[in-house]
Design a protein around this ligand. Structure first.
Ligand SMILES: NC(=O)c1ccc[n+]([C@@H]2O[C@H](COP(=O)([O-])OP(=O)(O)OC[C@H]3O[C@@H](n4cnc5c(N)ncnc54)[C@H](O)[C@@H]3O)[C@@H](O)[C@H]2O)c1
Length: 361
């Protein structure tokens, strides 16, 4: 076995600890996450049937009866209708309390399948096999599941930690470049809030950082997962430190909302991080070089760092309904220094406008 074929195990602690396995071909280790399951529903995004075959084969090899189910890919699959169809399919498949569900797809798929697993029979075992960078480093790790409703995105959900997460690097071969770049926003975020070595890897070889087959792809993925695993291990239910994962997301979510979700999440978060850095600098918390480094690193990976869409007042109203806001006061995750996140509560309007000016130029 070569070094690149080795499997890395990252433990996530909490009420129900589990492992995230990273490596090429780790889907073959599915049996580790299936427990006593006799029947296994392998649910995949409808466009990714081929990527789900190795998971189905591994479940069969583990002695499971396998039922393969397809979900609409992407956000349209995160609906109550889709969950309802999935509940019906799980009933038909005869999934009992000791059986298992396996989700194969991007973050939309792991979110909705995770939610179906959290609610079917009040909770059955789920194993995530993420197929996008974003799902590998973020959505599939941490136990949050959810769907969208007419009132908004991710407003209905449950905390339901998976039994295992299999980050099979081979699944990235078919990922469109734009989806990779989208996920890099969360990787860069991990670099700024916790692990500056990520930023150094991007700066040392920007071309490689823009591609799933780049020289540092595996290290970028593993470092990002380790960061997320360590945060959620200490705070599954967002009672405290998990809030730092929201870096760049307060303005990012507002931009997504006013743009009616036509802007990719990673692009909005990228702009949101440049804003948060400018805000921290304007508030006298963050040095100018670290603030400027945000724009530089994000541009190196091909992410946008400025925004000329909605006005500040539209975005400000959109931010008021953010899950992290407290009443009428806005609350931002900012940096006091590289890898030192903290909270800026109720900043002055003038500081906010100054920071917004930094992303509109
Ligand atoms: N639960 C959490 O903690 C959490 C965290 C972050 C994001 N999310 C959620 O994740 C979702 C976004 O996830 P995403 O960016 O992975 O998007 P996605 O699941 O919509 O996938 C994006 C597109 O890529 C395609 N695709 C996926 N893998 C592929 C592959 N290997 N090859 C070819 N095509 C592939 C999908 O079919 C889809 O069309 C959002 O719904 C967001 O709310 C959840």
């Amino acid at each position: 076995m070569t070094v690149t074929d080795a499997v890395t195990t990252i433990r996530v602690e909490g009420p129900t600890p589990y492992d995230v396995l990273v490596g090429a071909g780790v889907v073959d280790r599915l049996a580790d996450g299936l427990g006593e399951a006799q029947t296994c529903a392998v649910v995949h995004a409808d466009t990714l049937a081929q990527l789900a075959e190795p998971a189905a084969a591994a479940a069969r090899a583990a002695g499971c009866r396998v039922v393969s189910l397809a979900m609409p890919a992407g956000e349209v699959g995160k609906s109550l209708d889709a969950v309802s169809s999935l509940w019906d399919a799980l009933a038909e498949a005869g999934i009992t309390r000791t059986d298992a569900v396996v989700a194969v797809g991007g973050g939309a798929t792991t979110d909705v399948v995770g939610f179906a697993a959290a609610t079917w029979l009040r909770g059955v075992r789920v194993v995530h096999v993420p197929t996008t960078l974003l799902a590998m480093v973020d959505a599939a790790v941490g136990g949050k599941t959810g769907i969208n409703t007419t009132a908004g995105k991710n407003l209905v959900g449950a905390f339901h930690p998976p039994a295992a997460v299999l980050v099979d690097l081979g699944l990235l071969a078919t990922l469109p470049a734009a989806e990779w770049v989208n996920g890099m926003a969360e990787v860069v975020k991990a670099g700024f809030i916790a692990d500056p070595a990520i930023l150094e890897l991007v700066e040392s070889d920007p071309d490689a950082a823009r591609r799933p087959d780049g020289a540092h792809a595996r290290e970028l993925i593993e470092r990002s997962i380790r960061m997320k695993a360590s945060v959620v291990s200490a705070d599954l239910k967002e009672a405290g430190p998990r809030e730092m994962l929201n870096y760049g997301h307060t303005l990012g979510h507002a931009i997504e909302r006013v743009e009616r979700y036509t802007m990719p999440h990673g692009h909005a978060v990228s702009i949101g991080m440049v804003f948060a850095a400018a805000l921290a600098h304007a508030a006298g918390r963050l040095d100018a070089d670290t603030a400027a480094r945000h724009r530089r690193v994000l541009e190196l990976v091909g992410l946008p760092t400025s925004y000329t869409g909605a006005s500040w007042s539209q975005l400000r109203s959109a931010m008021r309904v953010d899950k992290k806001a407290r009443g009428d006061r806005l609350r931002f995750v900012v940096l006091d220094a590289l890898a030192r996140p903290s909270i800026l509560d109720d900043p002055d309007e003038q500081l906010l406008e100054e920071a917004f000016a930094a992303v509109t130029t």
